[in-house]
Design a protein around this ligand. Structure first.
Ligand code: PAF
Length: 326
C-alpha cells in the first residue's frame, strides 16, 4: 500500500541491526497497543505496557498477549504495569490511547519521560501531537501514522486484520539520528517503519483515510471492504474525503483529489476484513474518536457531509449508551 511518497520516505527496513534493546513503554493496551507490544517484544525490544486498570493488567500478566491474523498466531509474555513510576524514564514512549485520552494519559504517566525520552504518537485523529506537546517538550514529540488494522478480541487478545504502512517523523521535518534510530529498531523488531520528512502532511493523509472509512463503517455497521465495493458507499466515502481535502488545503496541505480518494478506497480494500476502530467502539459501547476525525474537519469550515457523519455517530453513541443502561 503506497502511503508516503518514495522521494520523501527513507525506508530503513534494511539498515544494520542495532545493538541492545531500546527501553520502550506503550501506553494503552487496546488493539493497536497490544499488537505493537506483542510484535516488538517478540522481535527483541524491551517493552512494557502501561495500563490504567489493574484487573486488565493482571489478565495480561497471566496470559501474555495473544495475536492471531495475517501473520499467524502468537502468544507473547509482555511486562505490564499500572504504575509508571515503578518503571521510571524510558527511551521511547509509544502512546496508543484514544485521541480523547492523549493529554490526560501522558500527564498520568509522566514518570516515563526523562530528558532524552522520545514520545511517539501513531494514533488516529487530529491533535494528538499537540496534546502531547502540552505535557512534554515539543522537541520530544515524534509524529507517525499507520494503516495497519487490528481488532480487539478481549483483554490482551488481538486480531491483526491487515498489514499497512507505518511512518514516523520529527515534527520539524528533520531526518534526525533519533528518528532514524527508532525507525530502524522498530523495523528490525518486526514492524516495518519508514522515516518521513513531512510527517504533518502524512498525518493529514491518514486523517483523511479515517475521515472516509471510520464514521461510515460505524454508522452502516459494515467492515471496511464494503466501502470500496458498493457504489453508494463509495460515493459517500468520496464526498467525506473531498470535504476533508478542502479543509486540509485551508491548513496548507494540498492533495490530489482523485489520487487521495483512490488511496482511501485502497486502504478499505486492503483492510476489507477489518472492523474499523470506530465500528469496534460502537459495537463495544465505547466512546468514539468522531470529534477528532470527521468532527475535526467539520470544525474547520462549512462541511455538511462531515458534520452529518459526526452528528449521526453521536446519536448512535448516545443510543448505544442508553441501551447499555436499560
Ligand atoms: O481506525 C482504523 O480502523 C484504521 O485506522 C484503518 C486504517 C481505517 C483500518 O481499519
Amino acid at each position: 500500500m503506497t502511503f508516503g511518497s518514495k522521494e520523501q520516505a527513507l525506508d530503513l527496513a534494511r539498515s544494520e541491526p542495532y545493538p541492545g534493546p531500546m527501553k520502550t513503554a506503550i501506553i494503552g493496551p487496546g488493539a493497536m497497543g497490544c499488537l505493537f507490544a506483542a510484535y516488538l517484544k517478540n522481535g527483541g525490544l524491551d517493552v512494557t505496557l502501561i495500563d490504567c486498570s489493574e484487573t486488565a493488567a493482571e489478565q495480561i500478566r497471566a496470559n501474555g498477549i495473544q495475536v492471531q491474523g495475517v501473520r499467524g498466531q502468537l502468544q507473547v509474555p509482555v511486562a505490564i504495569t499500572t504504575d509508571a513510576a515503578s518503571l521510571g524514564p524510558v527511551d521511547l514512549v509509544l502512546v496508543w490511547v484514544k485521541a480523547y485520552h492523549t493529554e490526560s494519559a501522558m500527564r498520568q504517566h509522566l514518570a516515563l519521560v526523562g530528558r532524552d525520552t522520545a514520545v511517539l504518537s501513531i494514533q488516529n485523529g487530529m491533535g494528538n501531537t499537540e496534546a502531547l506537546a502540552r505535557v512534554v517538550a515539543t522537541s520530544q514529540v515524534i509524529g507517525g501514522s499507520t494503516t495497519m488494522g487490528a481488532n480487539s478480541l478481549g483483554v490482551g487478545q488481538v486480531h491483526h486484520a491487515g498489514e499497512g504502512d507505518t511512518f514516523i517523523g520529527e515534527l520539524d521535518g528533520a531526518l534526525s539520528p533519533r528518528v532514524q534510530d527508532i525507525a530502524g529498531r522498530l523495523s528490525t523488531a518486526g514492524i516495518k517503519v519508514a522515516c518521513q520528512t513531512d510527517i504533518s502532511g502524512l498525518m493529514w493523509k491518514k486523517l483523511l483515510v479515517n475521515v472516509g472509512i471510520n464514521a461510515l463503517t460505524a454508522i452502516l455497521g459494515v467492515k471496511n471492504g464494503v466501502l470500496a465495493e458498493i457504489e453508494p458507499a463509495r460515493r459517500l466515502l468520496a464526498a467525506a474525503v473531498k470535504e476533508g481535502i478542502e479543509a486540509a488545503r485551508g491548513q496548507g496541505h494540498v492533495f490530489d483529489e482523485a489520487a487521495l480518494i483512490a488511496l482511501v478506497e485502497d486502504v478499505a480494500r486492503r483492510t476489507a476484513q477489518n472492523r474499523s476502530s470506530m465500528l469496534q467502539d460502537i459495537q463495544s459501547g465505547s466512546k468514539t474518536e468522531i470529534d477528532y476525525i470527521n468532527g475535526a474537519i467539520a470544525r474547520l469550515g462549512d462541511y455538511p457531509v462531515n458534520q452529518t457523519l459526526c452528528d449521526l455517530t453521536h446519536v448512535i453513541e448516545t443510543c448505544a449508551g442508553e441501551k447499555h443502561e436499560n
